[in-house]
Design a protein around this ligand. Structure first.
Ligand code: GLC
Length: 514
């Protein structure tokens, strides 16, 4: 049985996209020292854990998800010493830091790949997945072809400059496919363990793992990939039992079986996450339908229950900003949901002030449509919104040009701001065990069109009903107990009488039930 990690019980994560958070050396791009400087801000908001997007040396063809050196902080962000200092400062504040591990592929500029492209056999020949002839491309995958002396095509995982590392095939149906226990596949696995050992020894608390579910190929049911992660987990249990793993997998039954503590609810695939926040009529926009989300969520919850957590992010660097589809007070109701669900919540930097999706940007660093969600953090109303002292035209992505762009400074002093609401919600979550990450959930109303979304969070000590009614109609709820306390309300306090409760339209309430 995997060790229970105490700090995960009340972890509330803040995702930092390092390029865009805070620039302390006026070169127009964020850096590690900027993050260290802003740790107290994150702490004050109430977040006690960080997921840092890739910060390793890279040609940045995919924002750093194309690693060229797993052992070195990208010079534009600072040095390894800077990040170690950041870990230490975070720990002093009682915070934990997860790095982003990209085990599935590297940049084509990675020295391993440069060696792997050579015709002469060497240590890295089998580090990546190659066919044995340039005329054969792997079915169902993109590939790199005609770029090496070596005869063969190399599988890619995402963009064509991201060759896939070789962890072997679960089922082998071509002669060039290697097994999971082949020498090359084992060497790759060990190389990734070395990377993990290196950063864990330097003080990071674990990893968010990129594309964690797709490492072993020809592995339809995930059995090979699960076994691979189980092996990595036993290595961690021996050497770094406290190391936390969070997966970008979206199938908690598999990821948790593999040894991950938490899995993300993804914005792609079958989760129906987008029904809530990002579609034509999102539930939290007031007109949508949450029922299919609830159905899927419950399926996953049953699979993960008691073993691991499902994390629901406010957004991330791959999807549109929350504030692109939901606005005004509705965003507060969305946060009342995000901060009252089981599993560790993840807040994408700037979502706590309602940062907008910046329209019409030219793609930067392989962002394409994602670029608008990656613009610099808006700290105040000074030059470049306080992100950087560089000349505005030298910012690597421009700041939201709108005159009324939100910023931290003004929202901090405004009790009615989104920032203040998010801060309040985190504090309420942290002071009620039932609302924390492992508290149970039972849905009472499923948010079908026009309906509210209502659920009970509970633990041995308390029961709390969360009622979210973003739609335009008041709703009456039957409660199976008496309300003993309204612990949170936004958009109007509910009226009670004899086990019934009227929930105002456009409101969110948390009610303690006796
Ligand atoms: C993940 C990352 C994304 C990246 C891709 C390839 O989905 O979140 O930003 O482009 O993997 O590594």
């Amino acid at each position: 049985m995997r060790k229970r990690i105490q700090w995960l019980e009340d972890a509330v994560f803040y995702e930092i996209y390092p390029q865009s958070f805070k620039d302390t050396d006026a070169d127009g791009i964020g850096n590690i020292n900027g993050i260290t400087e802003k740790l107290p801000y994150i702490k004050e908001l109430g977040c006690n854990a960080i997921w840092l997007n890739p910060c390793f040396d890279s040609p940045f063809g995919d924002a750093g998800y194309d690693v060229a050196d797993y052992y070195k902080v990208a010079p534009r962000y600072g040095t390894n010493e800077d990040i170690v200092r950041m870990f230490m400062e975070a720990h002093k504040l009682g915070m934990h830091v997860l790095l982003d591990l990209v085990p599935g592929h590297t940049s084509w500029r990675h020295p391993w790949f440069v060696e792997s492209m050579k015709a002469q056999k060497n240590e890295f020949t089998d580090r990546y997945i190659w066919t044995d002839s340039i005329w054969e491309s792997p079915e169902g995958y993109g590939s790199l072809r005609g770029i090496s002396d070596r005869d063969g095509s190399c599988l890619v995982n995402f963009f064509t400059h991201q060759p896939a590392l070789n962890y072997g095939f679960y089922k082998i149906d071509r002669p060039w496919q290697q097994s999971m226990d082949s020498e090359g596949a084992i060497a790759t696995r060990n190389a990734m363990k070395d990377v993990m050992r290196f950063w864990l020894s330097k003080g990071c608390d674990g990893f968010r793992v990129d594309m964690a579910g797709s490492l072993v190929k020809n592995d339809e049911d995930g059995k090979g990939t699960i076994a691979l992660w189980q092996d990595i987990r036993s290595f961690l249990d021996e050497s770094f039992p406290e190391a936390v793993l969070v997966s970008e997998w979206g199938e908690p039954d598999k990821s948790i079986e593999g040894g991950f503590h938490m899995d993300f609810l993804l914005h792609f695939g079958p989760s129906h996450y987008n029904d809530l926040f990002r579609c034509e009529k999102p539930f939290f926009g007031g007109e949508g339908d949450a029922s299919e989300f609830v159905e899927k969520y419950l399926e996953n919850y049953a699979k993960a229950a008691g073993r691991g957590l499902i994390c629901i992010p406010s957004g991330n660097h791959d999807m549109d900003r929350l504030a692109r589809t939901i606005n005004g007070d509705k965003v507060k109701i969305a946060f009342a949901f995000l901060l009252s669900m089981p599993g560790a919540p993840f807040i994408y930097y700037g979502d706590e002030i309602g940062m907008r999706y910046v329209e019409n940007l030219t793609s930067v660093e392989g962002g394409y449509g994602r670029t608008g969600s990656r613009s610099p953090m808006q700290w105040d109303d000074s030059l470049n919104a306080g992100f950087s002292d560089a000349d505005g035209k030298n910012l690597y992505i421009p700041v939201d040009p709108k005159a009324d762009r939100p910023n931290v400074k003004s929202q901090k002093t405004d009790d009615t701001s989104l920032y203040s609401e998010v801060k309040k919600l985190i504090a309420i979550r942290q002071s009620h065990k039932a609302l924390k990450n492992s508290g149970e959930i039972k849905f009472i109303r499923n948010g079908a069109e026009g309906e509210p979304l209502v659920y009970m969070r509970s633990c041995e000590e308390e029961r709390i009903i969360v009622a979210l009614n973003p739609a335009g109609k008041d709703q009456v709820l039957q409660t199976d107990g008496e309300c003993s306390e309204v612990i949170y309300s936004f958009g109007g306090t509910p009226d009670f009488s004899a086990g019934k409760c009227r929930i105002k339209r456009g409101s969110a309430v948390f009610i303690k039930i006796s």
